[in-house]
Design a protein around this ligand. Structure first.
Ligand code: ATP
Ligand code: MG
Length: 241
């Protein structure tokens, strides 16, 4: 088994909170309300994943599953410049895929896993993990089937993470799901996905907005990290101090 590594987020405060960065061979889930920075962290990790390990990087390629269409190549280029990396080279190392259904999301994972046998990868992003499940299993009485399929997907993701020793970063919305998918009550402190997701995620991070461009990250659930908070900024260069 390869050595577990920690990937820098671009903020030393956030890295410290995480015990040095986001760990490989594990699933890290970020949840929080809209604009809390979930996608900006994902985009920043796309760059740091490609940096040398001596700079907190992962020295590998990136696989990015986008279910919401919020991946922005121009943001990648902007963040790459901050780290003095060539934007085109960075973009070429990102295997990007837009998923439209849960089934499609499964197919993409298979495709990505096949790619990982050929080339070294450091990061897999799924932004967001639950969005398509909520669409495809929205009916009354479909919740238990949804959770079963979700569990299958997460165990496949975990297997990929461990097999290739990569960082997995997934995002999640916050809505209380009363079951049955009938009505969704907004609850800024409750990630969706229930126990299945809670158990599959190694580390869960709760993001919220602070003043201006400030964001606050709290360790919500981790097997080895103490509960705590870190403040970081989102700027032109992505996740910053
Ligand atoms: P959602 O739930 O809607 O997907 P999210 O948590 O993914 O939200 P992000 O898209 O990561 O939220 O964060 C959006 C915020 O990032 C913007 O509101 C803005 O404050 C900040 N941001 C985005 N681009 C830039 C930029 N180029 N320069 C500075 N800040 C930016
Ligand atoms: Mg987002």
């Amino acid at each position: 088994r390869q050595q577990v590594f920690r990937l820098t987020t671009g903020s030393s405060a956030l890295d410290n909170l995480l015990g040095g960065g986001i760990e490989s061979s594990a699933i890290t889930e970020a949840f929080g309300e809209f604009r809390s920075g979930k996608t900006q962290i994902a985009l920043t990790l796309c760059i740091t994943a490609q940096m040398p390990k001596t700079s907190g990087g992962g020295m590998g390629k990136v696989a990015y599953i986008d279910t919401e269409g919020t991946f922005r190549p121009e943001r990648i280029a902007q963040i790459a410049s901050r780290f003095n990396l060539n934007p085109e080279a960075v973009l070429e190392n990102i295997l990007y895929a837009r998923a439209y259904t849960v089934e499609h999301q499964f197919q993409l994972l298979t495709l990505i896993a096949a790619k990982m046998t050929e080339e070294p990868f450091a990061l897999l992003v799924v932004d967001s993990i639950m969005a398509l499940f909520r669409v495809d299993y929205s009916g009354r009485g479909e919740l238990s089937e949804r959770q079963q399929v979700l569990g299958k997907m997460l165990s496949r993701i975990m297997k990929i993470s461990e097999q290739y020793n990569i960082v997995v970063y997934i995002t999640n919305q916050v809505m209380a799901d009363p079951g049955g998918g009938v009505s969704f009550v907004p609850d800024p402190k409750k990630p969706i996905g229930g126990h299945v997701l809670a158990h599959a995620s190694t580390t869960r991070l709760y993001l919220r907005k602070g003043r201006g461009e400030q964001r606050i990250c709290k360790i919500f659930d981790s097997p080895c990290l103490p509960e705590g908070e870190a403040t970081f900024q989102i700027g032109p260069g992505g996740v910053e101090e």
